[in-house]
Design a protein. Structure first.
Lengths: 450, 128
């Protein structure tokens, strides 16, 4: 049996969670998932603006390694993280430096790259791969000049290769989220590329823990049953050689692991349940069997997989204009009516100033912004008026931001909560999912001794 | 037949899928799964969400988890950082689904889960 935990569901998740996982109970592998689609474009922008070329990865990871380095040396726990973002080489250098500073001479650190195809886009298209949008079929050429980042979702086998070469820490670029768990399983059990059921089981294990506490009580529908919110346990899978596994958490931590919390996380971001496509296998979520095996222990078995696809998915991000969002708090009496008057005043003033926007948005937070007419309840004591615009013209978007504050003195009474200055135009990043033939992507695996 | 809100007989989780969201709706028992499979149709879901869902709705059955998975297309105002709406990732769509009221047979009582909670008439939270 091997114990694999996830201590980070996204860049911005709890900084204490991975440290606690190292110290609150036994663990063989700590995984950390830092990347979301939008994270890659943010990192690409950071990298472009840094003349030294040392930005573009999850800096939290370097600080984490600094903190847990003594624990890693004492216990030998392995760490697998997609912290490399769009600059895994710089991340490798930073982590190696921290390990050297901490006296970890001889520790091996691995890197998996090759996912970043931004510099190769034109050559790839010239070779007849249109990188068409998977949703609507448009060719990439339509938005080519606006592309910010382009990363291929990579196989988990290169992660296993780095572990096979002795790396205690492996950092990657755009690996898949479940791949951070599948890689160590391939390494530990020697699974083959056509062990479809086992690779699918590992993928399901990775999917269950990839969002951190979302399977241990976080976001659970029956939230009133969750105890210990201030020290929620992060998830651990105990995986057997045949791929069956138990989902659990360290004893004494808050939260709960039940068939219900695990089933909810299995549904998270689910598409066609029979075809959960990864670079290494197609997992069938319709084959998963769950069973409570004790307090905070859920068994998962029966997972079936099918052969992998011929192509890999590419996540391309591109600049799609600018947006700004501003908000004001409108107190009662009659907050909804007054908020509508204030919003109409703002949009009317901008129109009189000759400004039309590609998209505008008015929301009354507190009066059904999330659930529309499904929302229940009477008149709220106050509402937050949330206003937004989107447009290709940055100047127009900035101009909108100057129109919010005046409403405090030029609108209906009881308007407050204008803080943090005028909202400024932010770049809007949109995504372009595409496919690339598998043979056009080569993973680069490097392992260095500190 | 009697009317029952879904939160008494099921739980849910939602998240984003591109410019749409998905909602997994999970029944607390086998009979509940039969009932939601019959009652919570694509048409009912589309009508329930009204203007929140601009596109069509897909439904998948996942009987091994007693779950139905719904894809609500074009429900996030563009999705991700391209969206101006508060819930740009559909995080709250599961809770919205649980507010739906459906027909259930008179003799159906969902299992009382936890302390009050889903088995009680009130949601959210236990009625103490």
């Amino acid at each position: 049996m091997i114990r694999i935990a996830n201590g980070q569901g996204f860049w911005g998740d709890s900084v204490d969670a991975p440290v606690r996982l190292m110290r609150e109970g036994p663990l063989d592998v700590l995984t950390l998932d830092y990347l979301a689609e939008v994270t890659m474009s943010i990192m690409q922008k950071l990298k472009r603006r840094d003349p030294a070329g040392k930005s573009g990865y999850a800096t939290d990871f370097v600080e984490l390694i600094r903190t847990i380095l003594p624990d890693l040396r004492e216990k030998g726990t392995r760490v697998v993280a997609n912290a490399g973002g769009v600059n895994p080489r710089a991340c490798l250098a930073a982590v190696s430096q921290v390990a050297r500073d901490g006296g970890a001479a001889g520790m091996k650190i691995g890197m998996v790259a090759g996912d970043d195809i931004l510099d190769r886009l034109d050559r790839i298209m010239a070779e007849g791969v249109p990188l068409s949008n998977m949703d609507d079929g448009r060719p990439l050429s339509e938005i080519r000049e606006k592309v910010v980042s382009a990363n291929v979702y990579m196989s988990a086998f290169p992660i296993a290769e780095a572990l096979n070469l002795g790396a205690q820490i492996v950092l990657t670029g755009r690996s898949t989220d479940p791949g951070l768990v599948v890689g160590p399983l391939i390494h530990r059990y020697g699974w083959n590329r056509d062990d479809w059921d086992r690779l699918a089981a590992g993928t399901v294990a990775g999917h269950i823990i990839e969002c951190g506490a979302q399977c241990t009580g976080g976001n659970f529908s029956r939230w009133w049953e969750v105890e210990g919110w201030d020290h929620l346990g992060y998830p651990i899978v105990e995986v057997e050689p045949d791929g069956s596994f138990v989902v659990t958490k360290h004893a004494g931590t808050g939260g709960l692991v039940t068939v219900d919390t695990v089933a909810e996380q299995l549904c998270y971001e689910m598409g066609d349940p029979c075809s959960y496509v990864t670079p290494d296998v197609i997992a069938d979520f319709g084959s998963i069997q769950l069973g409570q095996q004790g307090v905070d222990r859920v068994g998962v078995s029966g997972v079936k997989g099918r052969p992998r696809t011929d192509s890999l998915k590419v996540s391309i991000s591109y600049l799609a204009g600018y947006s700004a969002i501003g908000q004001l708090t409108i107190s009662g009496p009659q907050p909804i009516e007054k908020a509508k008057v204030a919003a109409a005043a703002l949009w009317g003033r901008l129109r009189r100033a000759g400004l039309e926007y590609a998209e505008t948005h008015t929301e009354l937070v507190g009066a059904g912004a999330c659930h529309g007419r499904i929302a229940q309840g009477g008149s709220p004591a106050e509402v937050v008026l949330r206003l937004g615009v989107k447009d290709p013209d940055q100047k127009k978007v900035d101009r909108f931001g100057k129109e919010i504050a005046p409403l405090v003195t030029t609108g209906p009474p009881g308007v407050t909560g204008f803080a943090g200055g005028r909202p400024r135009a932010n770049e809007v990043i949109a995504f372009w999912p595409a496919l690339i033939p598998r043979e056009m992507v080569k993973a680069e695996v490097r392992v260095e001794s500190v | 037949m009697k009317q029952m809100r879904l939160y008494r007989m099921a739980h849910a989780r939602s998240g984003d899928k591109g410019d749409g969201s998905n909602v997994g709706l999970i029944a607390y028992d086998e009979r509940g799964y039969e009932i939601i499979s019959r009652e919570v149709t694509v048409e009912r879901v589309k009508a329930h969400f009204g203007g929140l869902v601009k596109g069509h709705v897909d439904r998948y059955e996942v009987p091994n988890l007693r779950a139905l998975n719904f894809i609500l297309h074009d429900s996030l105002g563009g999705g991700g950082s391209a969206s101006l709406i508060t819930d740009a990732q559909g995080k709250t769509h599961g809770m919205a689904m649980l507010l739906m009221e459906i027909d259930v047979p008179d003799d159906y009582e969902p299992p009382g889960v936890g302390t009050g909670g889903a088995g009680s008439a009130e949601y959210p939270g236990p009625s103490r």
